[in-house]
Design a protein. Structure first.
Length: 306
């Protein structure tokens, strides 16, 4: 059953004053504890009684006691107020030191090339921070998804986000397996791609990504075609290793396969540069210590430049 958590405006006003008077059985001692005047305490109690709709204290010139309504109010208000104080303290603690759960949304391809070497050292350095990685190619909304920050290629980050560079600009290489090149030949010009089997990437918005190239300083895009579509770069490169076709992907993702001879770069003189990988978060939000610690840690070890 859905509960209604709406609290009337001002409903908590005077509760602290009430609890202090109930504990000390004295308006004067309550005023001293809270650092206000006895008349301010009396005014707060009268306002609270008016909102509650019942007299909470029995007052004489010599003593202060609780009415039946006051006893019931005290029994439930005291633990609730103590929970509020504890909640405030817990939130304040997270705002003052690196601790708590750090949730990041990242593309699968970024995890091995950037995060795997860094997560272990970060967790060792900040044992009070739990790191949760949600690996997905979708460009999720940080707020609705409950994420502290995201990591993406720079060209996919909204302009209203604060972006922190994590890598230098990256080449967008084109590669193929030796068996594919032996079977189909090696492209020499961008136009040759129209005659080749090109593996394609489907974006999170459903669109198929065109291939980007750099022709003598001029940026061009080519709508390629081929027998295989993937929604992430590692899957696409896996198909390229098996000889399905040519693939275009950020250079670091193809490095190992190129070094071992499983993939061969082609059209090297036409390779464009991407902005690189960035961490991003909403600009209007104060950076919590856990996120600041992660930013500093990753920047200090990624070799990125501003």
């Amino acid at each position: 059953m859905k509960q209604n958590f709406t609290v009337r405006h001002g409903a908590l006003d005077g509760v602290e004053a009430f609890l202090s008077v109930a504990q000390h059985r004295s308006f004067r001692r309550a005023a001293a504890e809270l650092g206000v005047t006895p008349s301010a305490i009396s005014q707060a109690i009268r306002a609270l009684e008016a909102r509650v709709g019942a007299v909470l204290f029995l007052r004489t010139t010599r003593s202060v006691g609780l009415t039946e309504a006051g006893e019931k109010f005290f029994a439930r208000a005291r633990p609730a107020f103590e929970e509020l104080i504890a909640a405030s303290g817990a939130a304040r603690d997270l705002g003052q030191r690196p601790a708590g759960l750090l949730r990041l949304t990242v593309p699968r391809s970024v995890v091995p090339i950037l995060l795997e070497p860094l997560i272990a050292s970060f967790c060792r350095e900040f044992p009070e921070i739990e790191v949760e990685l949600a690996a997905s190619e979708e460009l999720v909304d940080l707020a609705t998804g409950g994420f502290d920050a995201g990591i993406r290629m720079g060209q996919f980050i909204a302009p209203d986000m604060v972006a922190v560079r994590l890598t230098k600009p990256l080449p967008l290489v084109i590669v193929a397996s030796p068996t594919y090149l032996a079977r189909c030949g090696r492209p020499k010009r961008p136009d040759d791609l129209r005659e080749h089997a090109c593996l394609r990437l489907r974006r999170s918005n459903g669109a198929l990504a065109a291939w980007s190239l750099n022709d003598n300083g001029r940026s061009i895009e080519i709508a390629v075609s081929g027998p295989f579509i993937a929604n992430d770069f590692p899957t696409m490169l896996g198909a390229a290793v098996e000889g399905v076709g040519l693939a275009q992907a950020p250079g670091p993702l193809a490095t190992d396969a190129v070094k071992t001879g499983k993939l061969v770069p082609v059209l090297e003189q036409f390779v464009p540069m991407t902005p690189g990988v960035f961490l991003y978060y909403p600009g209007h939000r104060q950076i919590m210590p856990k996120l600041r610690a992660f930013i500093d840690h990753v920047k200090g070890r990624s070799g990125a430049t501003s």
